[in-house]
Ligand binder design. Structure first.
Ligand code: UN1
Length: 505
């Protein structure tokens, strides 16, 4: 959807299209750049607040999110149609992130390092990077933003947050919680803008020297453009891009467990996670058995009203629905489809058995399992954000690895096996930044490094201690208290060794 500068957006509930959740107006590039200027101005004062006290603001934020969890989750479910249980889980992910980083305010460790000279001491410090622009997608409208915003603020940076245009209500609610947590004016700002205006705003701020770091979660295509732009300014952005996440099923796997994992990671959030399962890669000996059980699980799964207990609800918005319907065209005659009575939109004229609620009221799509996927298929190498899962077969472990890596993405991955050797070999050879063993491709915990390689990112990692390297720069300090100029490498003492010494044969 192309939105004109300063345009107003009306956001309907994707499960009840006749109900309006929010109306929002979009800012332009100049407004975005001005927010960066203010963030830059506010940054030194925020950085001078001691880190444990900054951690206290994070603690308040965690508490506020926890106290408002139900309301925030309900709003998210109304705005993007995420099933309520998953929305509550996502809010919990924000709380977990705050819980981790409030303590980091009392750590944020540097090191004391020995010098090669006496009467001299070396140290390292983590220094904040400066003003940060955080641009996030709408499929995880609070958890993923918190992965950037919370550590960025904790480390003494200031933040301009640009959420997805199609989640203004959830973004506004989260921003209100942040603004009530005690962060000073200017340290956190929310700017809602479309992609082109945001890109231009980032460009202007970089040119003006008022932006020091960009964090971006979204498509590989836009990530590449942001990477190029930041690279020209000698900056490395934190990029969390797409995925085509493989789930390998070895012949010794617990098949019911593998099916459960494939169901949750393939169709949870209607397949609109960057960690969603792309292709199940199944050993030929168990292929038919796996496919039969997977098809049954998907066929029986309740789909529908996200306020009820369903596997998935509607697509996030009409834009996501339209894109998804385009990807359905990647299904070719050599493929076999299963999982529902038909494909495409679920409606009273194109019904789904056991649908929960009124299908005509929202943006619902039939789930599709596409069997017979090969490396030559476009479907194999295209991230298809929606309820579609490919199934491919393999004979040898090498073939499974090739299928798991061949698309060039490298975000999440999974293997189902009872053999530790397979698990460790998979870990070693898969290109993904995240590996699950006997667990689905989704479900990252808030304190393990999250991020990918290849088309999934530039190697940056979020979460836990690892994200600190995105929002701080190491500063090295040396202090010479000898009272003389001791020149490194030249004025160092040495130990005398007899290096000609050899043991007698
Ligand atoms: C994303 O889709 O951008 O592991 C993040 C998961 C979630 C996060 C997904 N905790 O699926």
């Amino acid at each position: 959807m192309d939105v004109a500068r300063g345009a107003t957006l009306t956001i309907p509930d994707p499960a009840r299209l006749d109900e309006v959740v929010a109306e929002a107006s979009l800012a332009d590039a100049a407004t975005f750049a001005e927010a960066c200027r203010r963030a830059k101005e506010a940054q030194p004062a925020w950085a001078s607040v001691p880190a444990p006290i900054r951690g206290r603001a994070i603690q308040h934020l965690g508490r506020l999110v926890e106290e408002n969890a139900e309301a925030l989750a309900r709003l998210m479910t109304r705005e993007i149609g995420k099933p309520i249980r998953e929305s509550l889980g996502e809010v919990q992910e924000v709380v977990d992130t705050c819980t981790f980083f409030l303590g980091e305010g009392r750590r944020l460790y540097g090191q004391t390092v020995p010098s090669e000279m006496s009467d001299k001491q070396l140290f390292t410090f983590r220094a904040p990077v400066g003003a940060c622009a955080i641009v996030t997608a709408g499929n995880f409208p609070v958890a993923v933003p918190s992965w950037y915003i919370v550590p960025a603020l904790l480390c003494g940076n200031t933040v301009v947050w640009k959420p997805a245009e199609y989640t203004p209500a959830t973004a506004e609610a989260f921003a209100q919680l942040i603004l009530h947590a005690g962060f000073p004016i200017g340290s956190f700002q929310l700017v809602l803008a479309d992609g082109p205006q945001t890109f231009e705003g980032i460009e202007r701020a970089l040119d003006a020297g008022t932006l020091d770091k960009v964090g971006f979660t979204g498509s590989s295509e836009i990530g590449r453009r942001i990477g190029e732009l930041c690279g020209r300014h000698l900056q490395s952005p934190c990029l969390e891009l797409g995925g085509k996440n493989p789930l390998v099923v070895m012949p010794d796997a617990d098949l019911d467990l593998a099916v459960e994992g494939a169901l949750f990671s393939g169709f949870g959030t209607a397949g609109q996670r960057c960690t969603s399962l792309g292709t199940a890669i199944v050993h030929r000996d168990i292929h038919d058995d796996f496919l039969g059980r997977f098809t049954k699980a998907v066929t029986d799964a309740p789909i529908g009203d996200p306020t009820r207990d369903v596997l998935y609800g509607p697509m996030i918005s009409a834009r996501f629905r339209d894109r998804f319907e385009g990807w359905l065209e990647l299904i070719r005659p050599h493929h076999t489809i299963s999982g529902s009575s038909t494909v495409g939109r679920i409606s009273s004229s194109n019904p789904r058995n056991g649908f929960v609620g009124d299908p005509d009221a929202g943006l619902y799509e039939h789930p599709v399992i596409v069997d017979g996927v090969t490396e030559d298929d476009e479907l194999y190498r295209t991230e298809t954000f929606g309820p579609i899962v490919g199934v491919a077969s393999f004979d040898t472990f090498d073939e499974a690895i090739e299928l798991a890596n061949g698309h060039g993405y490298g975000l999440s991955s999974s293997i189902y096996t009872r053999d530790p050797l397979h698990a460790f070999r998979f870990r070693e050879r898969v290109s993904a930044g995240m590996v699950s063993v006997n667990n689905s491709t989704s479900g990252a915990e808030a304190h393990l490094p999250f991020g990918g390689n290849g088309r999934s990112g530039n190697g940056s990692r979020q979460s836990g201690i690892w994200v600190l390297d995105q929002f701080t720069r190491w500063q090295a300090m040396n202090w010479d208290y000898s009272g003389r100029l001791q020149k490194a490498q030249m004025d160092t003492a040495d130990v005398a060794a007899d290096l000609g010494f050899r043991l007698a044969d």
